[in-house]
Design a protein around this ligand. Structure first.
Ligand code: F6R
Length: 596
């Protein structure tokens, strides 16, 4: 969603630094952009649409920029950020929502020109400046008036400072020898520095040649604690691939090994974070792809560790007054760690006394910081909007958590847990084999890229992967796709089957529902439907029923969801590429969904 990038320091190319930073934030999704920098008044560049490759070159050592994903007010140049005060001497970029902006406007009799809630901020700062407060104090007083969520960056044409603040929306400061960068996320900073300060709620920083950190409610100074990020800048670049999505699909063998690093010892899971946590029940909360990972987790944890599990849409959990007993562990799964629905559900769970374990990819993200325990997925920055490598690492952690509790609860023997650990270490090799066959998947995609609908069907532990396959296809290719447990097909979706409707079946031999899936394939075939089947290598029975086969190495039940995920990601990717879609930035989608 919206992104902020800003610079203050000794360099004179602040405008192009900010433009480049906004380009790095493009993957989050946006519909307009803007940059502000001080001159006599504030100079402003802003447009609807894409950030241009070239931008006005004018020396400046201070600039702020914003990419907007519209919430309040339409997609217009006027509504694009940064917003200015009436005298055009203050500029502010804002992420989040100011819930009480109408009250503030009438309390201070402010003259709003746009349809956004954000414009209230520069107007309020201007109001306090006119009361003879300093710039810093005017910003601080303004922040105290605001309710809702925000990350803001403010500049004034009369001051050489960048003032930033956070309440509920992420904001990161990066320190370099030439000055400070400010960004909504870490990947955009990696080209400049790995030394970052993640602002906490209620904090503001005054940046010029130095940094001063304060709590804006109490006006007390704080000690900044910078951390070193271990992400590599190349992980946020395409490295010769046509799209981030393809690069991230291809990276998955490595990301699995990164996730496992130091978490298996002597053939046993090593998750010290879970010591002393012995849940009687687990509730998994998540959205979208992360929710699909949660359902795989349900099959693994219930089936192998014998812990009752429920998986809830985070957006529903929050509003249905759920029962959370003592000894319930709530597991929040979120790649970004900033998803508003998941964050709200997490807070609700904590209010009800639950312990919260989060599975997150982004270090120091809000969900990670508000959880009792965090397990990081270590997928590195995921730049494609469609989640791929983050999903596979979420599965990896859920698998390890299962091995941990299966060992602890003695629901599997020492030998079986050892096998689980050995198996997952060999998983990257199997995934390499599937990736090596990507040309074959591209050929199949060539036959179906003009389809208007598609069904994805799988049973048991493959059912959430069918949902994920359908989600991947619809979000990046705009083909309508539905995922179903295969047996549900005959309770309605079967009406859609005809020669124009491909059904993608997950029909590998590694689950006890294999025979049943074959029957479901027969039902589609009997109605003239086209079948693409994911099958275990050498399976003649599936070959006879399907129009196209994607062969997968034989593996064990618990690893099967990992392997079947890969061809579905590639299938969606090639179809979208053949349709010439904007794969890394699909329309209307945002990487980090920070509104409820
Ligand atoms: C789909 C996708 C989304 C996210 C969802 C939750 O490819 O990426 O469905 O999974 O918005 O996001 P996180 O995991 O960041 O909480």
């Amino acid at each position: 969603m919206c992104g902020i990038f800003a610079y203050v320091g000794g360099r004179k190319d602040a405008i192009s630094l900010v433009r480049d930073g906004l380009k790095q934030l493009e993957y989050r999704g946006y519909d307009s952009w803007g940059i502000a920098y001080p001159k006599n008044e504030i100079a402003l560049l802003k447009e609807v649409g894409h950030i241009p490759d070239k931008i006005l070159e004018e020396p400046s050592s201070l600039a702020l920029g914003h990419t907007r994903w519209a919430t309040h007010g339409g997609v217009t140049r006027l509504n694009a950020h940064p917003h200015l005060s009436s005298n055009k001497k203050i500029a502010v970029a804002h992420n989040g929502i100011i819930e009480n902006f109408e009250q503030v406007v009438s309390k201070y009799d402010l003259d709003m020109k746009t349809k956004t809630d954000s414009e209230v901020i520069p107007l309020l700062i201007e109001y306090f400046l006119e009361q003879s407060y300093s710039f810093e104090e005017s910003v601080r007083r303004s922040l105290q008036e605001l309710e809702g969520t925000f990350a803001i960056v403010a500049i004034s044409s009369a001051h050489k400072e960048l003032i930033v603040a956070r309440l509920g929306s992420p904001l990161i400061i990066g320190e370099t020898k030439d000055g400070f960068f400010v960004s909504s996320d870490i990947p955009a900073l990696l080209g400049h520095t790995k030394k970052v300060l993640v602002l906490n709620d209620g904090e503001m920083a005054i940046l010029s040649g130095s940094l001063e950190l304060k709590n804006f409610y109490e006006n007390v100074s704080l000690d900044p604690s910078f951390i070193e990020i271990d992400w590599d800048v190349s992980t946020a670049e395409k490295s010769g691939y046509k799209h981030f999505m393809l690069k991230e699909i291809m990276e998955q063998p490595k990301t699995i090994l990164d996730t496992l690093q130091g978490r298996i010892k002597d053939h046993q899971p090593l998750l010290p974070e879970l010591e002393g946590i012995n849940p009687k029940r687990i509730i998994i909360i998540a959205c979208g792809t992360s929710w699909h990972a949660g359902i795989v987790g349900e099959f693994l944890l219930e089936g192998l560790a014998k812990i009752p599990v429920e998986v809830e849409y985070a957006s529903e959990f929050r509003y249905r007054d759920p029962l959370v007993e003592k000894d319930t562990l709530v597991v929040a799964i979120s790649q970004s760690g900033e998803t508003a629905d998941t964050l709200a559900a997490l807070r609700e769970a904590k209010k009800k006394g639950a312990k919260v374990l989060s599975i997150c990819n982004v270090m120091e993200s809000t969900i990670a910081r508000e959880s009792d325990i965090v397990l990081y997925t270590r997928a590195g920055p995921e730049m494609g909007v469609a989640s791929t490598k983050a999903f596979i690492t979420q599965l990896t952690l859920l698998y390890l958590i299962t091995a941990h509790y299966a060992s602890k609860n003695k629901t599997l023997s020492v030998r079986q847990v050892q096998d689980m650990c050995d198996d997952v270490l060999s998983l990257p090799r199997y995934i390499e084999q599937v990736l090596d066959e990507k040309g074959q998947i591209e050929e199949i995609a060539k036959e179906y890229f003009e389809s208007r609908n598609a069904l994805f069907l799988g049973r048991g532990i493959h059912y959430p992967i069918a949902l994920e396959g359908a989600l991947k296809l619809k979000e990046i290719s705009y083909i309508h796709a539905e995922g179903y447990p295969a047996a549900e097909m005959k309770h309605g979706p079967i009406a859609l089957i005809d020669v124009n409707m491909p059904s993608i079946f997950i029909a590998t031999r590694d689950t006890h529902t294999y025979e049943k899936v074959l029957s479901n394939m027969q039902e589609v075939r009997a109605r003239g439907g086209k079948i693409i089947a994911l099958a275990t290598s050498g399976d003649r029975r599936v070959t006879e029923l399907a129009d196209h086969i994607i062969s997968l190495p034989r593996t064990r039940y618990a690893l099967s969801p990992f392997l079947v995920t890969i061809p579905l990601q590639l299938f969606a990717y090639y179809i979208a590429d053949l349709r010439d879609c904007n794969i890394d930035k699909p329309r209307n989608l945002a990487k980090s969904v920070t509104v409820e």
